[in-house]
Design a protein. Structure first.
Ligand code: CTP
Ligand code: MG
Length: 237
């Protein structure tokens, strides 16, 4: 645990199918500079002060991830590789079950390879300070809410709008508590963990400013942006 008396665990989510990417292999395994996208997030967390890492993948990819990625690149903080579920929140839930006793969890999308060690450290210190936090960036465009026929129906004030990224960081016990309530409620419209905290706990998530470069690889054009990021930052090794 180093200088800190709190244990921090990272859960890296890589159990998606990547349907919007329309590639044969799930996007987390597409290569950038000769290494799978998933590797870059694992490397950043490995180099950070987090104590251990839980990797969540599809059942059929566990062996490949353990052998080729975790062992292959010597990622010593990855304590286990577990199977995810059909929805992102089930993958998070499985990751939470796999955690050994811990104080805080950082939930991160493997599809965000440009996460930096600096932003991970800010997430760690912020979650210890505020109890729940997420990285995000102020939106640059005006955001319009539309109806089913694509008519604009509302324009929320831009200065209050942020795009939310990962890692999203919580007290382990509080997140598990919120998840148990959500599961009882049988909801299906959940897209991230801060939503669950908002709905089921009397707790606010602090939004801390991250980088626009911490984008989520979602569609094919995102790959070029990520490639440029690593070229510019000479981070590939
Ligand atoms: N994820 C997961 N388990 C799921 C769904 C998603 O672990 N059942 C992970 C993805 O691997 C990704 C992150 O959550 O790292 C963010 O999800 P998203 O970008 O939506 O990825 P996919 O669900 O794989 O892509 P798509 O929605 O286009 O199918
Ligand atoms: Mg998805």
């Amino acid at each position: 645990m180093g200088m800190r008396d709190k244990k921090v665990t990272a859960i890296i989510l890589a159990a998606g199918k990547g349907s919007r990417m329309q590639s044969d292999v799930p996007k987390q395994y597409l290569e950038i500079d000769g290494k799978p996208i998933l590797y870059y997030s694992l490397r950043a967390f490995e180099q950070s002060s987090v104590d251990d890492i839980i990797l969540v993948t599809r059942q059929e990819d566990i062996e490949y991830c353990q052998n080729d990625i975790v062992d292959g690149y010597g990622l010593s903080k990855v304590s286990c590789v577990v199977a995810g579920g059909d929805e992102r929140y089930w993958s998070v839930w499985n990751g939470l079950q796999a955690c050994e006793k811990t104080d805080y969890v950082l939930i991160h999308d493997a599809a965000r390879p440009c996460i930096t060690v600096e932003r991970i450290e800010e997430s760690v210190s912020s979650v210890i300070k505020w109890g729940a936090c997420t990285l995000g960036v102020p939106v640059k465009d005006t955001i319009k809410q539309v109806d089913d026929n694509n008519y604009g129906v509302a324009t929320p004030i831009r200065k209050y709008l942020w795009q939310i990224q990962t890692p999203q960081s919580f007290s382990y016990d509080q997140l598990v508590d919120a998840y148990k309530k959500m599961i009882q409620d049988k909801v299906t419209d959940i897209t991230d963990d801060t939503m669950i905290i908002e709905r089921y706990l009397d707790l606010k998530t602090k939004v801390i400013q991250g980088d626009y470069s911490n984008l989520k690889v979602t569609t094919p054009e995102d790959l070029d942006l990520v490639q440029n990021f690593f070229k510019k930052n000479k981070k590939s090794c």
